[in-house]
Design a protein around this ligand. Structure first.
Ligand SMILES: [Ca+2]
Ligand SMILES: [Ca+2]
Ligand SMILES: [Ca+2]
Ligand SMILES: [Ca+2]
Length: 285
């Protein structure tokens, strides 16, 4: 109880300060072993995640001064982890008044070891052999909900096929509560994702998971440690400029993990009571 109360106070303070690269961006909820979320797009297994872990779009930065307008786009997301599985989990709810077939994607950057790697370490693009070895190996980038690329989850690195996005290393699922991809209509979508915290995703194009895994290193997720994360979501509506929203915004952040947010791997909540997801959702309507 005491631990939980302290954590909530800390969370309240953390979320009240302006978000920047030097501040704590958020907390990663620790799922108990018997409550690890099933990656099926249904967020009911996230009902136990207290409100303080959720980040709403109103607290994200809109690109080029665009105003937050929940009738145009709104979202909330949370991160989770489990010690036994040693995986990171992501859940997101999105509302978009015009859900198109393309341009509605997430770019998600993860620096599991909090190595704060710069361009020379993670954005190695030449020569080809060096790119094959290092491009987003020490930190990773994922595109999610980008069906125009032929899949709704892929990693932006040299794994090909993207075995790192497939069980048991990665997974995702989504569900449309309203509308559909490409409906050009008001849509509500829930998304779940699971990823492995790679310390070094040492794989080359054409290698299978079995061929690569022995060379890879995985971070041992530990309570209190920091994971670097940048979440960016694009909204494209007909007749309007596409707008990105991101947290924490840091200008051009793609090649510099030091600019991504710092999230703390939270301890187990002493009492894990379901919050009322239905109520939170209702309050938005
Ligand atoms: Ca689920
Ligand atoms: Ca929109
Ligand atoms: Ca960091
Ligand atoms: Ca849209």
């Amino acid at each position: 109880m005491e631990k939980s109360a302290v954590l909530l106070v800390v969370l309240g303070l953390a979320l009240a300060v302006p978000v920047g690269a030097q501040e704590i961006t958020g907390y990663i909820f620790q799922f108990p072993d018997d409550k690890v979320p099933t990656i099926d797009g249904d967020l009911s297994d996230w009902d136990i995640v207290p409100e303080q872990y959720w980040i709403w779009e109103k607290d994200m930065i809109q690109e080029e001064g665009a105003e937050f307008d929940p009738s145009d786009h709104n979202m909330k997301f949370a991160w989770g982890w489990n010690d036994s599985q040693n995986r990171l989990y992501f859940a997101c709810w999105v509302y978009d008044d015009a859900y198109m077939a393309s341009g509605e994607y997430f770019s998600i950057y993860v620096d599991p070891a909090n190595g704060d790697y710069g361009p020379d370490e993670i954005y190695v693009t030449e020569p080809v052999e060096e790119k094959e070895r290092w491009f987003f190996a020490l930190a990773q980038k994922y595109y999610v909900m980008r069906p125009e690329k032929g899949t709704t989850m892929y990693s932006y690195n040299t794994s090909d096929p993207d075995w790192d996005c497939m069980p048991p290393y990665g997974d995702h699922a989504y569900k449309f509560l309203k509308g559909s991809i490409g409906c050009d209509c008001p849509a509500e979508m829930t998304l779940e994702m699971m990823i492995t915290p790679w310390e070094d995703l040492n794989t080359r194009s054409g290698e299978t998971a079995e061929e690569a895994i022995g060379k890879c290193k995985i971070v041992d997720l530990t309570e209190g440690n920091i994971v670097g994360i940048e979440v960016c979501k694009k909204d494209s509506d007909p007749g309007e400029d596409p707008v990105y929203r991101a947290i924490p915004w840091a200008g051009y952040f793609a090649d510099n993990a030091a600019l991504w947010g710092d999230y703390i791997l939270a301890p187990l909540e002493v009492s894990v009571e379901p919050t009322t997801w239905a109520r939170i959702k209702a309050s938005f309507r």
